[in-house]
Design a protein around this ligand. Structure first.
Ligand code: NAD
Length: 459
């Protein structure tokens, strides 16, 4: 059988290989998933929840091996990979608890003549497509609620990082999930197979995490069969530092919001807006922290910033830096890239970034922080909102009332107020505008895999 080779972005060495699935194989898997659906939904919520709970415990027990696998195929540093495994496992714990909380409702018709018995039922076969940046967590954030709800799953991981997806599937099989209930599919390139799956009439749910470009294409394909869609797409988060902010806390928050996962996060702070009263202090302290980061192989001692996942990503980020400098930005630190075969980019801080600099309209998805100096926070709200994405924003101010007013005016699905991290399996994660449709995590994450049904009844 043909295979996809998985390469280590720090060394260029082969890490492993996975099957290269044909479109025919993927369609066969969808039929299998459809046949497995009825018996799976008939299992009790308790049974499904207990499998997820065992998978949570197994992921914790195997945290080291999983984290090392993530580093080898994705490039992130080991501490980030270990944090990802814990975060990913938490989705299994959370949805093991949610599996027994699929509630209904009983309502009376307004004239009192009859009743509506409202129930929720699993949508059916779910196609879950995930990106390379969080190969474990983006998979468990979908598999957990889908299995808890009683759906069967076709998981299509990114071709750069499929090994983690296979490892997680293996854990679930060992914890009792039947192999036809969860199948990993690795067609490459995936376009033809995914389109065929969406056209088959068997897949009832598409849950996609990735770029807005691909998400938008898949929405149009899903429209043909009116497939139920959830979309977690790109971000362009503003990081707003008010004149009354605690600057040390803001710098700590900026390091997390910008540099978690080496900057390759949809939640990454992408545009820094710093009030002129605190601009120089923030730039000086933030630049000191950024320039101390050491780029290298994520498994090596002392390395605090891993490479990007591929040469294409490295070149893309290097071009963004160059275009930003052409448009007038100043490099405070970084700006360079590591020599081949490593796909690293130095942690980079850019100042003198004008509000029209093109970098502000791009999702950087790498370790680059462009800083815009502003004279009024409240007057700059249109500037913060003037992008197509609306995933998350960050605000630092000592005045929480002011922070809440700004948070309410920001066009994003999530806000970190004096916090550089918003992701939490117990919170409804998601964006507005071109950042997506629907929410993952929390109870909302379960509802995304359920349909509402009512029985109109008299007694
Ligand atoms: P991508 O859109 O290129 O790929 C995502 C997935 O879609 C991969 O599995 C890929 O193989 C698949 N894919 C690509 N082209 C396809 C096609 N034509 N048909 C079907 N499937 C196709 O994104 P990426 O580069 O892997 O990930 C980075 C993007 O993901 C960023 O934009 C980031 O913001 C976004 N992201 C969003 C969230 C969120 O929760 N909102 C989380 C993580 C990443």
């Amino acid at each position: 059988m043909a295979t996809i080779e998985v390469l280590n972005p720090a060394t260029g060495e082969k890490v492993g290989e996975v099957p290269l699935h044909t479109t025919a194989h993927c369609l066969g898997a969808a039929v299998t998933a459809s046949e497995a659906f009825i018996p799976w939904r008939q299992r009790t919520g308790r049974e499904r929840g207990e499998m997820l709970r065992r998978a949570y415990e197994t992921m914790l027990a195997e945290q080291e091996q999983l984290a090392e696998l993530i580093v080898r195929e994705n490039g992130k540093v080991l501490s980030d990979a270990k944090a990802e495994v814990l975060y990913a496992a938490e989705f299994f714990r959370w949805f093991s608890e949610e599996a027994v909380r699929v509630d209904g409702d009983l309502r009376q018709a307004p004239n009192g003549s009859h009743w509506f018995a409202i129930t929720r039922q699993p949508v059916g076969v779910a196609l879950c497509i995930t990106p390379w940046n969080f190969p474990a967590a983006m998979a468990t954030r979908k598999i957990g609620p889908a299995l808890a709800a009683g759906c069967t799953v076709l998981l299509k991981p990114a071709s750069e990082t499929p090994l983690t997806a296979y490892a997680i599937a293996d854990i679930l099989y060992r914890c009792g999930v039947p192999k036809d209930v969860l199948q990993v599919l690795t067609p490459d390139p995936p376009g033809e197979a995914v389109h065929a799956l969406l056209s088959l009439g068997v897949v009832r749910k598409l849950s996609f995490t990735g770029s807005t470009r691909v998400g938008s294409l898949l929405l149009s394909q899903a429209a043909e069969r009116v497939v139920n869609c959830s979309m977690e797409l790109g971000g362009n988060a503003p990081f707003i530092v008010c004149d009354d902010a605690d600057i040390d806390a803001a710098v700590d928050g900026a390091m997390i919001a910008k540099m978690r996962n080496g900057g390759a996060a949809c939640t990454a702070a992408n545009r820094f807006f710093v009030h002129s009263a605190v601009h120089d202090e923030f730039v000086q302290k933030f630049t000191a922290r950024m320039s101390a980061l050491v780029v290298g192989n994520g498994l090596a001692d002392g390395v605090t910033l891993g490479p990007l996942v591929s040469n294409a990503q490295q070149i893309r980020v290097a071009h963004l830096i160059a275009a930003s400098v052409d448009a007038g930005a100043t490099i405070e630190c970084g700006g360079g890239i590591t020599p081949a075969p490593m796909h690293g980019v130095d942690a980079t801080v850019l100042t003198n970034v004008s509000s029209t600099n093109p970098i502000l309209n791009e999702e950087v998805f790498g370790p680059v922080a462009p800083i815009v100096r502003i004279d009024s926070i409240e007057d700059s709200l249109p500037l913060f909102n003037n992008v197509e994405h609306g995933l998350v924003s960050y605000i630092y101010t000592r005045n929480v009332g002011r922070g809440m007013r700004i948070a309410n005016a920001l066009e994003t699905g999530m806000v970190g107020l004096n916090r550089g991290l918003v992701s939490d399996p117990a919170a409804p994660f998601g964006g507005v505008k071109a950042s997506g449709l629907g929410r993952e995590g929390a109870h909302e994450g379960l509802l995304a895999f359920l349909e509402t049904k009512y029985v109109s009844t008299e007694w």
